[in-house]
Ligand binder design. Structure first.
Ligand code: PLZ
Length: 427
């Protein structure tokens, strides 16, 4: 073996050490990564259109994040906020309160992963309302823990064989303009609400939980008016309206939170991914009367809001403010969308270009139909990988190519990435 193991050598070690259930999009192993790119252990450069699944919004190893983490590990690494508290946890909660939509009084709590945040949002909503039912939507993705698997829509690979799932989770139709016959937002909301009222009963609903733009489910942007109508219904029914902004949050869509695009003020917001600048941290933030309904000691966990992760989060948020990364996401959309639209116009296999900010996607179909084309989608993704562009697929039907560049990506890398994509689509 060479002194620095190659990806091939690491792949062999992996096959006898790492469980098969954990898979990777590419077989190259990372050596270093920065703003908009990665370098693998074989010395190959990659353009990053994935951001570790919408995490490194501020770029990989962002200077402020590195500095804050270094300073924090030297002071102390862990005390457990439930044992001996520290300022940075409070400061991250203050930021969540300040940045999320809604001027009402709020509280926040910190966790380690998106799934854990969603679990806790459900705990809080149930405790505060004294009700049990949780409403989730078609194509939803909320995590891989038992409760969040129940809330996630797609069986393969997330749920298959892992049941039984948590009870009292109900699924209703999403607004998916390409695939619901073009229902308006109001019509799609009426369809979902009717199902909730008939099949669950308004008075049983603790929480209606939705991604304002769906992530793993296919970057589905609901028709305008859908989210406000659903949120308004939840308010009227005394249920908590929860926005899962784990993938859409922290400047990704060109605003601090995607809820802002539709003018909605969720009762609770779940956050993770971009909030930590690459370190694991998550949060639930929302109405004080809901959050504080839970008895003292009812929320927590050993590592939730770990001081190193809090330091990284504060540095990431500061970077987002200083570099105006919401503006950067808008600029990425302004650069990418016309190119993607041009590709779609010339290619009958691209049914739609959609998304917001630096959360954009194309949905691939068989020409002349809306039948999903997952085979071509995977072939295009592989062609991109072979040419050094890290892209991801998503969607219930596996036929969506999604683009999530770091918001600090440089113009030449963005341009080269788009060129690789264009060649991969033409091949
Ligand atoms: N809610 C909206 O996007 C995580 C998962 C990838 P965790 N999405 C990427 C995979 O295959 O596991 C996600 C999300 C939304 C919740 C989650 C869950 O966040 O930090 O992965 O638990």
């Amino acid at each position: 073996m060479s002194p620095v193991p190659t990806s091939e050598e690491l792949g062999k070690r992996r096959s006898i050490a790492v469980a098969r259930g954990v898979s990777s999009v590419v077989s190259s192993y990372v050596d270093t990564a920065s703003g908009g790119g990665l370098r693998d252990v074989d010395g190959r450069e990659w353009i990053d259109f994935a951001s570790g699944i919408a995490v490194t919004n501020v770029g990989n190893a962002a200077p402020r994040v590195v500095e804050a983490v270094r300073a924090q590990v030297e002071r102390f690494t862990h005390t457990c906020f439930m044992v001996a508290p520290y300022e940075s946890y409070v400061a991250v909660c203050e930021q969540l309160i300040d940045l999320t939509p809604g001027e009402f009084e709020k509280r926040a709590a910190l966790f380690n992963s998106g799934a854990e945040a969603v679990e806790n949002a459900v705990k809080i909503a149930r405790h505060a309302t004294g009700r049990q039912a949780v409403v989730a939507f078609d194509h939803a993705y909320h995590g891989r823990t038992n409760l969040t698997m129940a809330m996630t829509a797609k069986a393969m690979p997330y749920k298959y064989g892992f049941g039984p799932f948590a009870p009292e989770v109900y699924r209703v139709p999403m607004s998916y303009p390409l695939r619901d016959g073009g229902l308006s937002g109001a019509e799609a909301a009426a369809r979902a609400i009717d199902m909730i009222e008939k099949q669950i009963g308004a008075g049983n609903v603790a929480a209606v939980l939705i991604e304002p733009i769906q992530g793993e489910g296919g970057f589905v942007v609901p028709a305008p008016g859908f989210l406000p109508a659903v949120a308004g219904w939840a308010r009227g029914a005394g249920a908590a309206f929860v926005a899962d902004e784990i993938q859409t949050g922290f400047c990704r869509t060109g605003a601090w939170f995607a809820s802002e695009h539709e003018g909605i003020e969720p009762d609770l917001v779940t956050t993770a991914k971009g909030m930590g600048g690459g370190l694991p941290i998550a949060g639930v933030v929302g109405r004080a009367e809901l959050m504080d309904a839970v008895h003292a000691g009812g929320l927590g966990g050993t590592y939730g809001g770990n001081p190193v992760a809090c330091a990284a989060s504060l540095a990431a948020i500061e970077t987002m403010r200083e570099l105006d990364l919401a503006g950067a996401a808008q600029a990425i959309e302004a650069r990418m969308r016309p190119v993607l639209a041009g590709l779609a116009a010339a290619d009958p296999g691209i049914a739609e270009v959609r998304g917001r900010g630096a959360m954009l996607a194309i949905e691939l179909v068989r020409p002349g139909t809306i039948d999903p084309d997952p085979v071509r989608t995977s072939a295009v993704a592989h062609a991109c990988h072979a040419a050094g562009l890290l892209v991801l697929t998503c969607g219930t039907y596996g036929n969506v190519l999604r683009f999530l560049p770091p918001l600090v990506i440089a113009e030449p890398e963005l341009t080269r990435g788009l060129e690789v994509l264009e060649r991969a689509l033409q091949a």
